[in-house]
Ligand binder design. Structure first.
Ligand SMILES: Nc1ncnc2c1ncn2[C@@H]1O[C@H](COP(=O)(O)OP(=O)(O)OP(=O)(O)O)[C@@H](O)[C@H]1O
Length: 251
């Protein structure tokens, strides 16, 4: 299976404090990879390395090699704005812009210089359909995105990411602020989306990881303890620490 992204010898420091201690990991194309582990183990920190979101935090030092389809994403030649379109991100709290549903999705397209209204209309509809929220918003595209439910807002945010044609979608606990019905809808959406995209998702919810992910990586205190096929990792973990965590012996 092709690995669309790789990270090797990853170290990250917040000031002098080392938060990621050196590990290698790769992400299979068109698969969902779950990043699991107890609070504070570095899952979000690592996720943010993959589209250079940590660049926005002061005093962060990152070393190692991070590649998207073989290209070094930390190269001085890398266009970070383009990178963040190719490696899109969905956050824990739905964060639509205070604009209409339509304008939320059209925003990135207009930035890209797309002006043709018919083209924009088409991409807006396609993106909302792929994010499985079209039927719920199609009669209210001019309504403020913030007037929708949390679960709908999160799917609008997913549509906003899809509109700029990412290759990889990073998700940081995208359902933890949502009710169980919205959670289930988003899980179904992600499983559909992996046909076209690669998804890397941080989750606290072990059932979620086992339901939707193909691969799982278990982090502890800034180290990657084990990664592999989700079924194997959950049923026959190689490391005792993984077994202990999965069985609720800590965390
Ligand atoms: N901006 C920051 N400045 C300094 N230290 C930070 C910063 N962000 C995170 N850390 C520290 O880095 C470590 C890893 O945090 P991180 O948020 O990546 O863990 P996590 O596994 O995602 O946790 P959670 O599941 O609670 O979100 C923690 O010790 C945390 O306190």
């Amino acid at each position: 299976m092709t690995q669309i992204m790789t990270a090797e010898n990853v170290h990250l420091y917040y000031g002098k404090k080392e938060a990621l201690h050196g590990f290698d990991i790769g992400f299979d194309e068109n698969q969902i990879t779950a990043l699991i582990g107890p609070s504070g183990c570095g899952k979000s920190t690592f996720l943010r390395c993959l589209n250079r979101m940590n660049d926005l935090i002061e005093n962060v030092t990152i070393t190692g090699s991070f590649k998207l389809q073989g290209e070094d994403i930390y190269s001085p030649r890398m266009d970070v704005v383009k990178l963040r379109k190719e490696v899109g991100m969905v956050f824990q709290q739905p964060n639509p812009f205070p604009l209409s549903v339509y304008d939320n999705i059209a925003f990135g397209l207009k930035l890209k210089g797309i002006k043709d209204k018919q083209v924009i209309d088409q991409i807006v509809e396609e993106s909302l359909r792929k994010a499985a929220v079209w039927d719920e918003v199609k009669d209210n595209l001019k309504k403020d995105a913030l007037a929708f439910s949390g679960g709908q807002q999160q799917r609008i945010c997913i549509a906003r990411v899809l509109a700029v044609q990412p290759k990889v979608i990073l998700m940081d606990e995208p359902t933890s602020a949502l009710d169980p019905v919205s959670n289930a809808k988003i899980e179904d959406t992600l499983v559909e989306l992996k046909k076209d995209y690669t998804i890397i998702i941080v989750t606290h919810n072990m059932q979620q990881a086992s339901r939707i992910s193909d691969n799982t990586a278990f982090f502890l205190n800034g180290d990657l303890i084990e990664s592999g096929k989700t079924k194997e990792l959950f049923l026959t973990p190689k490391e005792k620490l993984t077994d202990d965590y999965l069985n609720g012996r800590f965390g």
